[in-house]
Design a protein around this ligand. Structure first.
Ligand code: ADP
Length: 353
């Protein structure tokens, strides 16, 4: 049975907006509704101050749509209808939701992982530097709210300027134009990002940062399948996603969930990367498989996704990242750097970079 847009709207009309007392469709918070076979996606544009109240409404709206005959998959996310960044509240409404391009940016490639600590940020920083070394105009948007580490990995610090109070000037190092959610708050400030705040900050970073002309913008996503990957998939035209995993079963299981979510959101999976694949002892050169080996290759084959690289667990990779110059920059002729360079070249050949 095919689900129609009208049937979905009728279901949403059955849910009351507690603020206006009207139904959700008449009250107007429903945005970017897409009905694609049995898969329904929409955004609720809300006042961040009412986030908790609206979470209940979001759940009710999702349940109402799920009950529509033919609906198999529903995703409803909340977006702040005004700026919600604690530091850079620039007093401008975000553009309307719905997949859109970022002005001047040719491609958006997201780097995802099922769980934290698998080296997603390390891979993103090296990939960005490798693409820049190939002569590409590269941006890096660090949206990893749980641990924004790109400022440290790319060796940039300081707050991005906003001379006109409207746009944000990104920072730049190693040929990479960078903006991090970590730079939008003070370093000593622990921020609990609530859903709508996140959406506002993400939209600001996509639309108000002066990215300039870019061949590709890499987005370092937080691990898992939460609000940020969902919002990015819904609000931006994402060229594709690369999933990073270690070979361990537990990490793979989470990676599989990630792959599944992006597939449901119709975002192409460009490939998987096995990180911490083998360990080569820096003293004797002995090779060990600390986290197993080949797990990601097998999984990628099973899922019909290309395996882009197997990156070794190497002290040099960690030291380089901690030192603010990814190994692609600090030791460009090392075998580890070569592994990242090959991914960058593959991305360029396949028009993804
Ligand atoms: P994530 O972004 O997935 O949370 P990070 O990129 O922050 O993970 O990596 C976690 C830690 O592991 C960092 O200290 C990083 O330097 C280190 N690391 C990541 N990949 C490698 C690797 N291939 N070899 C050695 N250390 C690595």
């Amino acid at each position: 049975m095919t689900t129609t847009r009208e049937a979905v709207l009728a279901a949403l009309k059955g849910v009351t907006d507690p603020i206006s007392g009207q139904d959700l469709v008449s009250a107007g918070p429903v945005r970017a509704l897409t009905v694609d076979g049995g898969s329904v996606r929409f955004v609720l544009e809300i006042d961040p101050a009412r986030a908790e109240l609206m979470e209940d409404v979001r759940a009710k709206a999702e349940a109402a749509v799920r009950a529509v005959p033919g609906v198999e998959q529903v995703s409803a996310v909340m977006t702040a209808h005004r700026e919600a960044s604690p530091e850079l509240d620039l007093g401008r409404r975000p553009e309307p939701a719905g997949p859109r391009r970022i002005a001047g940016v040719d491609r958006i490639v997201a780097i995802a992982s099922g769980k934290g600590g698998v080296g997603k940020s390390t891979v993103t920083a090296n990939l960005a530097a490798a693409l820049a070394a190939e002569g590409r105009r590269v941006g890096l948007l660090d949206a990893d709210v749980y641990g924004p580490s790109q400022p440290r990995m790319l060796g940039v610090s300081g707050r991005p300027a906003s001379p006109d109070g409207k746009t944000i000037l990104p920072l730049r190092n190693h040929g990479v134009t960078m903006m991090s959610i970590g730079l939008m708050t003070r370093e000593d400030e622990a921020v609990v990002w609530r859903g709508p705040m996140l959406m506002g900050a993400l939209q600001q970073m996509m639309n108000q940062v002066q990215w300039g002309a870019l061949d590709v913008l890499l987005v370092d996503l937080p691990p898992g399948t939460g609000d940020v990957p969902m919002t990015l998939s819904q609000n931006a035209e994402v060229t594709g996603v690369i999933v990073v995993s270690t070979p361990q079963d537990v990490a793979l299981l989470d990676a599989r969930k990630g792959v599944d979510m992006f597939r449901k959101m119709s975002v192409p999976i460009l490939g998987m990367i096995e990180n911490m694949s083998t360990h080569i002892c820096s003293n004797c050169g002995h090779e060990e498989h600390l986290f197993g080996h080949g797990g990601v290759r097998a999984e990628a084959e099973k899922l019909g996704i290309p395996l882009l690289a197997e990156i070794p667990l190497a002290l040099g990779i960690r030291l380089a990242s901690d030192g603010g110059a990814p190994i692609v920059v600090s030791r460009p002729t090392s075998p580890e750097a070569a592994a990242f360079r090959r991914i960058a070249q593959y991305m360029i050949e396949t028009e993804a970079g």
